[in-house]
Design a protein around this ligand. Structure first.
Ligand code: PEP
Length: 247
């Protein structure tokens, strides 16, 4: 399975635009001759989950960009995995670098979020990646911390997105060799934590300035199982072109 997971971030800014974007993606997908083996997921802001949820009939999956560790209670401003499950979300992005950096999410919180997502039978998309100038060895700690207390059975239900932070929204991309090394490094870390078999069952996808011109190199040359797509996912024609490149 190849995953194309759209992270709309804090966009668009009206329900009408969210509806239009959803419709354009759905109708673009409808025009494709085949789409077997691809999982297309839209992760809008919480406020548009219901609107985008109308697209589910077309086989597009619904995802959220964040969650909280508790199911309910006095946690002003938060949205729980239980609520996301009720909204038919099948994926949740956890540990995105923007959440780690702007909202001070630490490894303990990320681990708690992963557990809450898994508890509600939703697939977490765990984002990991190094900052500019850092070695990819920092990813090892991110993975080890995130997986604390997670069983081998649960690991098999996850997706990991390798996103070099300097590549997010910058137009710069990792070389396919570096992306491949990061993928192997993540799988080796998982293999040491669990087993080779468990490690191989986890799809590792790439994120960072992907578009219709570079997506196939990450899949074919770097062996990535898809992409977490920010900017290009807000342009329905470009997003559909990306899907065309991977089917
Ligand atoms: C992202 O937000 O995860 C991302 C990869 O963004 P972009 O594609 O815009 O770099």
């Amino acid at each position: 399975m190849i995953y194309l997971i759209a992270n709309w971030k804090m966009n668009p800014t009206s329900q009408a635009e969210a509806k239009k974007l959803t419709k354009e993606v759905v109708s673009g997908l409808g025009r494709l001759k085949k789409r077997t083996g691809t999982e297309v997921v839209l992760c809008p802001p919480f406020s548009y989950l219901q609107i985008v949820g109308t697209a589910l009939k077309s086989g597009v999956k619904l995802g959220a960009q964040n969650t909280y560790i508790k199911d309910s209670g006095a946690y002003t401003g938060e949205v729980s995995s239980k609520m996301l499950q009720d909204l038919k979300c099948e994926y949740v992005i956890v540990g995105h670098s923007e959440r780690r950096n702007y909202f001070n999410e630490d490894s303990e919180l990320i681990n708690g979020k992963l557990k809450s997502v898994l508890k509600h039978k939703i697939t977490p998309v765990l984002a990991v990646g190094e900052k500019e100038g850092e070695s990819i060895s920092v990813i090892k700690k991110q993975v080890i911390d995130a997986f604390e207390g997670i069983t081998p059975g649960q690991v098999k239900k996850m997706v990991i997105a390798y996103e070099p932070i300097w590549a997010i929204g910058t137009g710069k991309v990792a070389s396919t060799d570096d992306a491949m090394s990061a993928r192997i490094f993540i799988q080796k870390t998982l293999s040491d934590l669990y087993s080779k078999n468990t490690a191989e069952s986890v799809p590792v996808i790439y994120g960072g300035s992907t578009n219709s011109k570079n997506i196939s190199s990450f899949i074919i040359d770097a062996g990535m199982m898809g992409a977490l797509v920010g900017g290009s996912s807000l342009n329905p024609k470009e997003f559909i072109k990306m899907i065309e490149q991977i089917i």
